[in-house]
Design a protein around this ligand. Structure first.
Ligand code: FAD
Length: 626
C-alpha cells in the first residue's frame, strides 16, 4: 500500500508568490490554520523576479493621480474587456496594500521629500509604480516572508510550535484537487525530493500558482509555470475566462540563444530608453493606433520633453501598452528592419549618464554584462517579444475571489478578468496584494462556515493511481512532448494568429493529447524531473487547448490576441467572455456576456472615447461630453 502523509488545515494556499503569501497572511490573521505549498523553493516565484514595480495611485510624484485615473488606464490597457469590478477594486485598494507592506517592513525607493517614489510605465498616465530599483519583486517577497516569520514567532510564543498556524511545504507539487459533495475537501501532491505523497484535507483551497509561460519556448517564465492552477481548477469543475489573451512582452533578450526570452524590464523605457530598428530609426511613432493618438507624442522632441514636463507634453510612444509595442517590433522585424538575431535595439546608453543607468537599472546592467557581454551604459540592447503573462485565468467572483466551485478561490496571475485583453506593467504586483488579501479573507470565512473536510479514500486512490501512471507506460518521452507542444504554441498560437494556423494547432494538440496519455517516466520516485514533467504535461496540454480554441473562436484583434485575418477590434466581441470548461476530459468553450459597467464608472470616460470600444446600444443614455 502506498504511504501518504495526511494533514488537516482550515485553508490550503497553493503557491508562494505574492498572491499566495498575501492570502496566507490574511487567512492566518483570521485565526485559520493555514498551509502554504510551493512547487519550488520558498521564495523562488515569479514575484521575486518582478523588476519594475507595483502600480498604485498614491499620487506621490504627481498629485493629480487617484483611483479613477488608474481605473481608466487599466480599462484602456485591457481594451475594456476587463471585469470592471475587479479593475475598480484594484484601483481603489492598491495604495492601501502598498502602504501596508511598509508596515510589514518593506523599504521602497523614496522621493526627495521622503515619500515612496513612483516611476513611469507604459499605459499609466502618471508615474505610479512603487519600486525598489529594478528589484521590486525581491523586496515584496522578502517583506511578505518576513511577515509570515513574525506571525510564526507569535504562534511559537502562544503554542510552543512555530508551525501551529502557518506551515510552509516547499518543493511540493499539488497534482489534484479533491471534492466531497461538490465542494472542495482536499488537495493531493508529492514532495519533489523524496517522491512521497501528501494529502491535505481542507474545506478551502486558494490557487495562487501563477502563469502558463512554459507552454512557449521563448518565454520570460521559469520551469514551474505549466498552468497547474488553471488545470486544477478545470478538473475540479471550475472555469477559465478568455484564455486567448496572452501577453508577449515587447522586450525579452534575443541574444545569445541560451538566454532568449529572459525579460528586459519596461523600466528601461519608463526611464527614457528608446527603440530603434536596424536602420537607426526610432520607429514607434509609426505605430500609434487611433484609439491612443490623442495621448501620445507625435515627434521625438515632444516625447523627450515629456520626461521633464509631463503636464504640457504627451507621452513617448515607447510607453504605449505592451501589446502595441510587441506588435510594432514584430512588424519591424518581419519587414526586414530587425537585427541579425531577430530583434530591435533598445537604447538607454545615449539617453542617461552611465552612473544613472547603473543606479536605476542595476539588475539589467548585470544581466546584460554577465549573460550577453553587453555594457548597457555604452551600447544598445537587442530585444524582441517574449511570452510573459496570461491575462486569461480562473473565473472568479470579483469581491470574494471564489471560483465556480464552492471552497475554491484564486488570486494573482492564475485568476482571470482583472486585466481584460492586456495587462499594464506594474498592475500584476498590485493585483496580487489586493486579490491575495481578499482571497485569504473569504477562504477563511468559508472555512468557518463549513468546518473541517474529509476526503473519500476512493478519490485518494484515484489521485495516487494517476500520479503513478507514467511509470506503467511504455510510450512517449516527456521532454520530446514538451518540445512538440512548445513548437505548436509558438508557431501557431503566437503573437499573430490566423484561422488556418489555429485549426492546425488544434489538430496537432489532439495528436499530442494521445501521446500525453502514453507519456512514460523511468527510474524511481526520488527526485525525478522526467516524472514531474510527465505530470505537468497534462496541465500544459489542457490549458493550451483552451487557448487555441478560444483564439480560433474570437474573430477580432484585441490586446494580447491578434488575428491577421480579423485585424480590427469589434465592439460586439467586447461584450463577450469566452469561458473554457471540461466536459469529461474534453475542452468545451462557451460565450458568456461581459457584466455591463455601471453608469457611475462609465461616466469616468468621455463618450467619444467609449464609442471607439462599445456598441451604440451599450452607450444608450450617456450624453456626449460625459
Ligand atoms: P508567482 O509569483 O508566479 O508564484 C506562483 C507560485 O505557485 C510559486 O510558488 C510556484 O512554485 C507555485 N506553484 C505553481 N504550480 C504549483 C503546484 N502545482 N503546486 C504547488 N505550487 C505550485 N509584474 C508587475 O506588476 N511588475 C513588474 O515589474 C513585473 N516584472 C516581472 C518580471 C519578470 C521576469 C516576470 C517573469 C514577471 C514580472 N511581472 C511583473 C509579472 C509578475 O511578477 C507575476 O505576474 C506575478 O509575480 C505572479 O504572482 P503570483 O503570486 O500570481 O504567482
Amino acid at each position: 500500500m502506498t504511504n501518504i502523509e495526511k494533514y488537516q488545515y482550515d485553508v490550503v494556499v497553493i503557491g508562494a508568490g505574492g498572491a499566495g503569501l498575501r492570502a496566507a497572511i490574511e487567512a492566518r490573521l483570521a485565526g485559520k490554520k493555514t498551509a502554504i505549498i510551493s512547487k519550488s523553493l520558498f521564495g523562488k516565484a515569479h514575484t521575486v523576479m518582478a523588476e519594475g514595480g507595483a502600480a498604485a495611485s498614491m499620487g506621490n510624484v504627481n498629485s493629480k493621480d487617484n483611483w479613477m485615473v488608474h481605473f481608466r488606464d487599466t480599462m484602456r490597457g485591457g481594451k475594456f474587456l476587463n471585469h470592471y469590478r475587479m479593475a475598480e477594486l484594484h484601483a481603489k485598494e492598491a495604495p492601501a496594500r502598498i502602504w501596508e507592506l511598509e508596515t510589514y517592513g518593506a523599504l521602497f525607493d523614496r522621493t526627495p521629500d521622503g515619500k515612496i517614489s513612483q516611476r513611469n510605465f507604459g499605459g499609466h498616465e502618471y508615474p505610479r509604480l512603487a519600486h525598489v530599483g529594478d528589484r521590486t519583486g525581491l523586496e515584496m517577497i522578502r517583506t511578505l516572508q518576513q511577515k509570515i516569520v513574525s506571525l510564526q514567532q507569535e504562534d511559537f510564543a502562544a503554542t510552543g510550535d512555530y508551525d501551529s498556524h502557518i506551515r510552509v511545504f516547499h518543493e511540493t507539487t499539488i497534482t489534484e484537487l479533491l471534492l466531497t459533495d461538490g465542494k472542495i475537501s482536499g488537495a493531493f501532491g508529492y514532495v519533489r525530493e523524496s517522491g512521497e505523497f501528501l494529502l491535505f484535507e481542507t474545506p478551502a483551497v486558494i490557487l495562487a500558482t501563477g502563469g502558463i509561460g512554459r507552454s512557449y519556448k521563448v518565454t520570460s517564465n521559469s520551469w514551474e509555470y505549466t498552468g497547474d492552477g488553471h488545470a486544477l481548477a478545470l478538473r475540479a469543475g471550475g472555469t477559465l475566462v478568455n484564455m486567448e489573451f496572452l501577453q508577449f512582452h515587447p522586450t525579452g533578450m534575443v541574444w545569445p540563444p541560451s538566454v532568449k526570452g529572459i525579460l528586459v524590464t519596461e523600466s528601461v523605457r519608463g526611464d527614457g530608453g528608446i527603440l530603434k530598428n536596424s536602420e537607426g530609426k526610432r520607429f514607434m511613432f509609426d505605430y500609434v493606433p487611433d484609439v491612443f493618438r490623442k495621448q501620445y507624442a507625435e515627434t521625438p522632441e515632444e516625447a523627450d520633453r515629456w520626461y521633464k514636463d509631463p503636464d504640457n507634453n504627451r507621452r513617448p510612444p515607447e510607453l504605449l501598452p505592451r501589446d502595441e509595442v510587441a506588435r510594432a517590433i514584430n512588424s519591424e522585424v518581419k519587414a526586414g528592419r530587425g537585427t541579425k538575431a531577430g530583434g530591435v535595439y533598445l537604447d538607454i546608453a545615449s539617453r542617461l549618464p552611465a552612473e544613472e543607468i547603473r543606479k536605476r537599472l542595476p539588475s539589467m546592467y548585470h544581466q546584460f554584462k554577465e549573460l550577453a557581454d553587453v555594457d548597457i551604459t555604452a551600447e544598445p540592447m537587442e530585444v524582441g517579444p517574449t511570452c510573459h503573462y496570461v491575462m486569461g485565468g480562473v473565473e472568479v467572483d470579483p469581491d470574494s475571489a471564489q471560483a465556480r466551485v464552492p471552497g475554491l478561490f484564486a488570486a494573482g496571475e492564475v485568476s482571470g478578468g482583472m486585466h481584460g485583453s492586456n495587462r499594464l506593467g506594474g498592475n500584476s504586483l498590485s493585483d496580487l496584494l489586493v486579490f491575495g488579501k481578499r482571497a485569504g479573507e473569504h477562504a477563511a470565512a468559508h472555512a468557518t462556515a463549513h468546518g473541517p473536510a474529509t476526503v473519500a479514500q476512493a478519490d485518494v486512490d484515484a489521485a495516487v493511481a494517476h500520479a503513478l501512471s507514467p511509470f506503467g507506460n511504455d510510450g512517449e518521452n516527456p521532454y520530446a512532448l514538451q518540445h512538440e507542444l512548445q513548437e505548436v504554441m509558438g508557431d501557431l498560437v503566437g503573437i499573430i494568429r490566423t484561422a488556418a494556423e489555429l485549426e492546425s494547432a488544434i489538430e496537432r494538440l489532439a495528436v499530442i493529447r494521445e501521446k500525453v496519455g502514453r507519456v512514460k517516466a523511468t527510474g524511481g520516485r526520488r527526485y525525478n524531473p522526467g516524472w514531474h514533467l510527465a505530470l505537468d504535461l497534462r496541465n500544459m496540454l489542457v490549458v493550451s487547448e483552451c487557448t487555441a480554441r478560444a483564439a480560433l473562436e474570437r474573430t477580432e484583434s484585441r490586446g494580447g490576441h491578434t488575428r491577421e485575418d480579423f485585424g480590427k477590434m469589434d465592439a460586439n466581441w467586447r461584450k463577450v467572455n469566452l469561458i473554457c470548461s471540461l466536459d469529461g476530459d474534453k475542452v468545451a468553450l462557451n460565450p458568456q456576456p461581459l457584466p455591463p459597467m455601471p453608469h457611475e464608472l462609465l461616466s469616468l470616460f468621455d463618450t467619444s472615447e467609449l464609442k471607439k470600444y462599445m456598441t451604440a446600444e451599450e452607450l444608450e443614455g450617456l450624453t456626449d461630453g460625459n
